[in-house]
Write a protein that binds this ligand. Sequence first.
Ligand SMILES: [Zn+2]
Length: 96
Amino acid sequence: MEAAGLLVPLVIIVGGIVLLRSRARTKFYSRECPHCKERMRGDASVCPHCQRESVAWQQKDGRWWRQTDGGWEYLDTTGDPHRWRPFEGSAATREP
Ligand SMILES: [Zn+2]
């Protein structure tokens, strides 16, 4: 009976760690919904809060990309905080 009594808190602790880790990861790559301003996954195209569509971020060559009115931008992760930088290419090769 004692073993079963220890198992329950153990499952809660391990489950809590897994949940916190996955939350930290999704928080990092979350973006703001342009419609309702709620946080959503960066790579999601449909907002889980308002179910409206927006342009999702794309991961390519180890970088996150987003399309803006001025063209493509990539997430520069070398600094702190991370910044979006315009893609330095010609207009013809604006696609990442
Ligand atoms: Zn939304």
